[in-house]
Ligand binder design. Structure first.
Ligand code: FES
Length: 159
């Protein structure tokens, strides 16, 4: 869907207007885009760059730098495992390997059926309850291999 006047994708237009002219607007805008549609469509980069008076390479560079930003739609279920220092010290690597094996995709990957995205993050703000993860937006702390297995089994039973 395109707006008639400037070729800006329809859902992007109000987000551009909200951020245009603001100093340091790129990161907040990218967050707003991902919040709105679940990822940052590569086709939107030219409009974002033009609105913020940046080059396309600058916008692409920021999107690629932060693993948080997706360039493709996420799976129906998002499994986000923390790989921050506190979680690593309490077994996060083994949990990541366990999730990769159970879902059959590497960290950062999506299952071919589009049901799961397995993502890493560098802190979920639950360091006191590490290791931690987030499943479909809900955070879970003090994970053990058994608890992670139960979480993933529950998610796999959902549509
Ligand atoms: S390092 Fe994992 S929650 Fe902070």
């Amino acid at each position: 869907m395109e707006t008639r006047d400037r070729g800006v994708p329809g859902p992007l237009a109000p987000l551009l207007e909200a951020h245009r002219g603001r100093p340091g607007a790129l990161l907040p805008l990218l967050h707003a885009v991902q919040e709105a549609v679940g990822y940052v469509p590569p086709a939107w980069v030219p409009s974002i760059a033009e609105a913020l008076d940046l080059s396309r390479a600058e916008v692409h560079g920021v999107i690629r730098f932060y693993p948080h930003f997706r360039q493709t739609p996420a799976g129906a279920h998002r499994v986000v495992l923390c790989r921050g220092e506190s979680c690593l010290a309490r077994g996060a690597e083994a949990l990541i390997a366990q999730a990769e094996q159970r879902l059959g995709v590497p960290l950062g990957g999506d299952t071919p059926d589009g049901r799961f995205s397995l993502e890493g993050v560098y802190c979920l703000g639950l360091c006191g309850c590490s290791p931690a993860a987030m499943l479909d937006g809900q955070v879970h702390g003090r994970l053990t291999p058994q608890r992670l297995d139960a979480l993933l089994a529950t998610a796999q039973e959902r549509p």
